[in-house]
Design a protein around this ligand. Sequence first.
Ligand code: BGO
Length: 287
Amino acid sequence: MQINVALAGNPNSGKTTMYNALTGSAQYVGNWPGVTVEKKEGNYKKDKNVKIIDLPGIYSLSPYTLEEVVSRNYLLNEKPDVILNMVDASNIERNLYLTTQMLELGIPVVIALNMMDVVRKRGDKIDVEKLKKELGCEIVEVSALRQEGITALMDKVVDSARSKKNPEVAFRFCEDVESAIDKISKTSSVSSEKNKRWTAIKIFERDEKLLETFEFKGNDRTEIESIIEEVEKSHDDDSESIITNERYEVITKAINSAVEKVKVKVSMSDKIDSIVTNRVLALPIFV
Ligand code: BGO
């Protein structure tokens, strides 16, 4: 049985390095349909039944850039068996933003916690078990550059694809946002959707790409709009920003539980030196 693995992550997370390590030189390069965004796909060199599809580097699954639209159309329409999410562990907060969105797609996600060589060199520590619990997916520490951890990673990728288990999102947003998402999910327009949570969140965010084609039933659109407006009023913010903030809350909680960063000790003499240096450097600018 062939397994389709979507390789996804932020730009500079090490996707190309990983893709080359997994496929070697045997790869097909073309463009994604209708756009001039490069598409690469190739087989895992240790198992030709495993196809790796390299998605464009993105920061989010919003519909604002061509790369985001290409990635999200592929994930939603082609439904790969598993997402291999490259996360730059040395920049973990920013990288996990995309992860929180991918975990909502109903596709198994395996995180390759890349650049662990950099994290270790800094002396930082990541408790993978705790991070797994916070996010609810498999995580394997790797260094794509040094080709470390790759076999263990691919074993998890293949297991996750074969298990065919529908992943459950392990984290929740704040109460009133969850209640709104729940109400939207239960409307007759959304309740029959395959991926209710993803659809309800996108409707809550007023995602323009989804709304272009989504067919609301009866009075649902008006009713949903009043649900959204109520939350916007209480948060004094627009619904898209509310979800963005909630994602960062989830990430902060996960990081606080699982990541230990080396604290740089600053002595009083360092502080005085820095104040003196800043004054000397700043003076000519402000005079
Ligand atoms: C340059 N560890 C370390 N230390 N570096 C890594 C790892 C890792 O595990 N994985 C990748 N990198 P891409 P996207 C570079 O190119 O695969 C490095 O955008 C340089 N180039 O080598 O391109 C990788 O496909 C000059 O670094 O990422 C690359 O996702 C000086 O991360 C960068 C230093 O990897 C991005 C680095 C001219």
